[in-house]
Write a protein that binds this ligand. Structure first.
Ligand SMILES: O=C(CO)[C@H](O)[C@H](O)COP(=O)(O)O
Ligand SMILES: [Fe+2]
Length: 252
């Protein structure tokens, strides 16, 4: 076979293989319960799972890393009892993420997503420690943090999920920062199969923009919690984002 035909065949096989892998990238919708009725969190979690949520995004704030307080591992443990099968993604907006790895694992967390800004002294050590517990490892960056700082960490193969904040962390119900999308694209172009999560102000009006940039884990608080029909909102957001991702993989 002439060399140019051989090369073409190889390129075509690689393209088919990588597009099949891209098709494997599942969109997951994770409601944040930050703006739910915090006095009735257990039932709110049940309501979200019954509405078809793929996972639950639990926002832990310590009043120091961010100017707000929510809850800690004792509450997470109680919630685990209410929704035994739900995947818990712990968004750790805390100044000392090393301190809560054991307690959160014990409480039933499935993924421990810490902030790079709070762990930059020993990011690799922290990621390793989380991995050893059996939890998945997420690393997040605030809007002002350059995404390049986490690239060495992503090359380590320890990271399951990259969290790109699309609001300043601390409060629900803020406006989505579309100018964070180049960060998502920068990660997706280098890591075709890693989970990329967006968090803050995401809802039916901008989920397509997030998926176009390459996000597949979609956190949405207010838009789902306050929806008259959360099942429909979750279904719609998942379908829109999955469609965008599948089309993107065909075009590649
Ligand atoms: O981490 C967060 C805030 O720091 C929340 O997860 C986020 O704000 C989700 O809520 P909403 O969709 O209402 O913005
Ligand atoms: Fe969050």
């Amino acid at each position: 076979m002439p060399l140019n035909r051989l090369l073409k065949t190889v390129c075509e096989s690689v393209r088919r293989f990588s597009s099949r892998k891209m098709d494997d990238l599942q969109v997951k919708i994770g409601p944040s319960i930050l703006n739910a009725d915090l006095g009735d969190l257990g039932n709110e979690c049940v309501r979200m799972m019954d509405s078809g949520a793929d996972y639950l995004h639990l926002d832990v704030m310590d009043g120091h890393f961010v100017p707000n307080l929510t809850f800690g591992h004792p509450v997470v443990k109680c919630l685990r009892g209410k929704v035994p099968k739900a995947f818990f993604d712990l968004h750790m907006m805390v100044s000392n993420p090393h301190a809560w790895v054991g307690p959160m694992q014990d409480a039933g967390a499935d993924q421990y997503t810490f902030h790079y800004e709070a762990a930059s002294d020993d990011v690799l050590g922290l990621a390793r420690r989380i991995k050893e517990t059996g939890m998945k490892v997420g690393v997040g960056v605030k809007p002002a943090t350059d995404v390049d700082v986490i690239l060495p960490l992503l090359n380590s193969d320890l990271i399951d999920t990259v969290l790109i904040m699309t609001v300043e962390p601390g409060f629900g119900g803020q406006r989505f920062m579309e100018d964070m999308m180049p960060k998502v694209s920068a990660i997706r172009s280098r890591f075709p199969l890693i989970n990329i999560e967006v968090d803050g102000g995401v809802g039916p009006n901008n989920v397509d923009v997030c998926a176009e940039a390459g996000a597949n884990m979609i956190v949405s608080g207010t838009a789902i919690i306050k929806s008259d029909d959360p099942s429909q909102t979750i279904r719609h957001m998942r379908a829109v984002a999955q469609d965008v991702i599948n089309k993107g993989s065909l075009d590649r």
